[in-house]
Design a protein around this ligand. Structure first.
Ligand SMILES: [Zn+2]
Length: 159
């Protein structure tokens, strides 16, 4: 039986989660504001859900991959933590998240992902910034160093 690594969406949106073997992280439980979400977490906890501190080495690996896929700007500290936990249990777990950037990094690392509500993305994407003015492409930044227009995120290629 697999573990389910749960981000906050699982407790906010999830139904029937008490049947799962859930592992989550402290920063996710801190994010649960609504009564419903807190109650779902308590219910999961009564059924054996675990709250674990993310592993520092796994978090480093997640950071490296997120930089490579250009998702790093989109990821919160909680996102990095949940990815680190999913990496630690890679092969015996499914990461449950609706966050697009988290799903992308997970896929790049070979972590199984399942959406809570939204449809999952099929391919791993690498992002680049494209100038809305001169269409030049850059690795990062918000303003084009050539013409001064703003840069927008664009998918570069599948890996
Ligand atoms: Zn430009």
């Amino acid at each position: 039986m697999e573990y389910y690594i749960a981000d906050s969406a699982v407790f906010i949106m999830g139904t029937g989660i008490e049947a799962y073997r859930i592992i989550t992280i402290p920063s996710v439980t801190d994010e649960l504001k609504s009564n419903e979400a807190s109650m779902r977490f308590e219910l999961a906890r009564e059924n054996g859900a675990r709250v674990e501190i993310p592993d520092a080495d796994c978090r480093e690996d997640v950071l490296k991959t997120a930089k490579h896929t250009k998702d790093i700007e989109e990821l919160s500290s909680t996102d990095l933590d949940i990815l680190a936990k999913a990496l630690e249990y890679k092969g015996i777990s499914i990461l449950m998240t609706d966050d697009y950037a988290v799903q992308n990094v997970a896929r790049a690392m070979g972590i199984k992902v399942r959406s809570v509500v939204q449809k999952k993305i099929k391919d791993v994407l690498v992002w680049q910034k494209e100038c809305v003015g001169c269409r030049r492409r850059f690795e990062s930044g918000d303003i084009c160093p050539v013409c001064g227009s703003s840069l927008k995120k664009r998918r570069k290629r599948k890996i």
